[in-house]
Design a protein around this ligand. Structure first.
Ligand code: GAR
Length: 201
């Protein structure tokens, strides 16, 4: 299976995915990495692993729809089977979601539906919850609203900072995301309404 990873930043989840491919824990390959941020370290990680790294500048397009159409075209040209959002900080337009429905995953640093959007770890600390975590979910038109694939909780400690909590969440993300991707590749995920079921056997 051909995976495309969309990332806007540091790319530690991308790295976890690349490493899982190298270890044989993901039986697919990262065919391309696409970023809307020229200096995103995720692009550098891709280059270091001889993976195509594409920077696409939103400002080169008249609007959000045209920008998303260009990304959809890149994905279709490369015959991508699964689109993996890994710290991609823009909402996808319907032009991409409709073409790849049920084939786009996102990871989010909270236990959704709590704290969607930006800065999930900061939102959890500001609210004062004692447990947070991360969620891998399929992408629909909403903001972090699609069917949940996997979730795992982490504790929130009294002396946590945004950085220490996000670091704890990151460590879980790096384990959870490759697992979710491999479940998809093995055809073990099915979606009915809001629920994503895991079929074994
Ligand atoms: C991850 O924690 C991911 O859950 C979060 O951005 C971080 C990216 O880290 N995504 C969102 O907040 C999406 N709303 P990374 O660049 O090191 O993989």
């Amino acid at each position: 299976m051909n995976l495309a990873v969309l990332a806007s930043g540091y790319g530690s989840n991308l790295q976890a995915i690349i490493d899982a491919v190298d270890r044989g824990e993901i039986s697919g390959r990262v065919k391309t990495v696409i970023s809307d941020v020229e200096e995103a370290y995720a692009l550098e990680r891709a280059r270091r692993h001889n993976i195509e790294a594409i920077y696409i500048n939103p400002k080169d397009f008249p609007g959000r729809k045209a920008f998303n159409e260009a990304i959809a075209a890149l994905l279709e040209e490369r015959e991508i089977d699964l689109v993996v959002l890994a710290g991609y900080m823009r909402l996808l337009s319907p032009v991409i979601i409709n073409k790849f429905r049920g084939k786009i995953m996102n990871i989010h640093p909270s236990l959704l539906p709590a704290f969607p959007g930006l800065e999930g770890a900061k939102q959890a600390l500001d609210y004062g919850v004692k447990v947070s975590g991360c969620t891998v979910h399929f992408v629909d038109e909403g903001l972090d609203t699609g069917p949940v694939i996997l979730q795992e909780a982490v504790p929130v400690y009294d002396d946590d900072t945004v950085e220490s909590l996000h670091e704890r969440i990151h460590r879980v993300e790096h384990r959870l995301y490759p697992r979710a991707i491999q479940l998809f590749i093995e055809g073990k995920l099915s979606i009915e309404g809001r629920r994503c079921y895991r079929n074994e056997g």
